[in-house]
Design a binder for this molecule. Sequence first.
Ligand SMILES: [Ca+2]
Length: 322
Amino acid sequence: MIPGAVIELSNYIISNNTAGIDISSTISGVVTNDNGTTVTLTLNALLNPGDTYSVDVSFQSDLVGNQPVPVGNPQQDVDHGVVMTFQAWSVSPGSVLFEAYGGGSGTAVTVLTGLPTYPNSPDLARYITAMDSRLVYPTDGREQYGARITGYFIPPSTEEFTFYVRSDDASELWLSTDANPANLVKIAEETGCCNTFSVHPSGSIPLVAGQRYYIQLLYREGGGGDFGQVAVKPTASAQDPNTLSPIPGSMLASLVAPTPTVATLNIQRSGAQVTVSWTGTCTLQEAGTISSAGTSWGPSAVVNGVPFTPSGNQRYFRLICP
Ligand SMILES: [Ca+2]
């Protein structure tokens, strides 16, 4: 394909298999990457955490007849082309994601966000159990780096909250109006260094108990001491903000990659009898022939682990796993 080419959106179908709905209308862009071998689909809506999705790619070819090359183990669908299923990342309570980016010079947050490695190539990534960089770097040993802490803040009650940030060196605290990082708003910042929580409060922000609000702390370290911490309390609380601890994991959550489905398929022959057995929450399909133009896979009546006497000379089996 031509690098950077815009491709016909109607060649792609995306379905939420968990909800049983076609979400193709949320595809807002389809472009190839800079070497023309990978297509990136952009959606204008968030995937639902933990749900299973499928992407159908219509049979299509470029000007010299190259067909799409399946990656992984997709199904071949006779109506559409390549069908690939995947699971959206799941929400895991108790932690947020810490990512560090080395290099650059200076103490401003813009030094962090201007690094070529930011945001997709951190040199260190850890899940931590509080909005507190000291859980990763307990000492001041690392110099000239920046870090980002991202995840969800989940209010324990429905009321107005005030957030506080403290850092060495500069920092910015961002909170989304919902779970979508596209709606992040900067709510507090420390442009210098090393103040207490009470010096850098947010405004009073009404939040709903149990809802997920995307939260992001950015901080930049030049030299010497280095940390970034966020605290919160109900605005109505009279507690001195400087006595607060960083937001604990009980109010936090983050997205984590789904655990891959582990499945095995075993076919054994004993005389005229064949036994097909498999593990995993999967569905067995079979076909009489395999064709590069598209194999007609259909449901199989074979029962897991029960010997049978096959008819014909050959049959092919595959497992479809969520
Ligand atoms: Ca340091």
